[in-house]
Design a protein around this ligand. Structure first.
Ligand code: NI
Length: 184
């Protein structure tokens, strides 16, 4: 089932999401819905708060970007209750976008390397290190679980210019070809 994507201005995007229990009812179906919704909207990552569920889950499919970064060839993951245990390396600038902030892209600075612990779809524990675009997507999605959006991380001078655009998005003044839910 494809779910509507909550856009900028929705309170759920600003909450710290709650931990997930392994025996939660409907969890499998919900994860399937996340994958379907991400693919339907041509996203490379989607976090549960973006579909209105304040839960610590996100999914990533980096394979559409494998031409830019061959290490993304098999990069498909479901992250449950992730914990970012390290961020390091040099700071890198990369242009980000977000399904919850339609038609807006900004250069964002983040560390190039991360180490993350998480449970996968079968509730197996994993610890992984990533760099490059994978680390970038993971950090963006992890932020969603903390109630942080990439636009919070733009340089202060740019923030004022962004405000008008963000206010328009919050009012639903945009066009996309996926289902959305605008806070009223
Ligand atoms: Ni996002």
């Amino acid at each position: 089932m494809t779910l509507p994507i909550y856009v900028y201005g929705s309170p759920v995007l600003r909450k710290v999401a709650r931990e997930v229990e392994s025996d939660e009812s409907g969890l499998d179906d919900f994860i399937e819905d996340l994958w379907q919704t991400m693919h339907q909207s041509d996203g490379i990552g989607l976090a549960a708060p973006q579909v209105g569920k304040s839960m610590r889950i996100f999914v990533i499919d980096g394979t559409p970007l494998q031409e830019d970064d061959p290490s993304l060839k098999d990069f498909k993951r479901t992250f449950i209750n992730p914990e970012m245990v390290e961020r390091g390396g040099d700071d890198k600038t990369f242009e980000e976008g977000c399904l919850s902030i339609p038609n807006l892209r900004e250069e964002i600075v983040r560390p190039e390397k991360i180490k993350i612990r998480y449970y996968d779809r079968n509730f197996n524990f994993n610890e992984e290190e990533h760099d490059g675009i994978a680390a970038r997507i993971i950090q963006h999605e992890y932020d969603h679980l903390q109630g942080i959006l990439f636009t919070d991380r733009v340089a202060p001078l740019k923030k004022r210019m962004l405000r008008t655009k963000l206010n328009a998005i919050a009012k639903g003044k945009f066009e996309v070809n996926y289902k959305v839910k605008v806070a009223k």
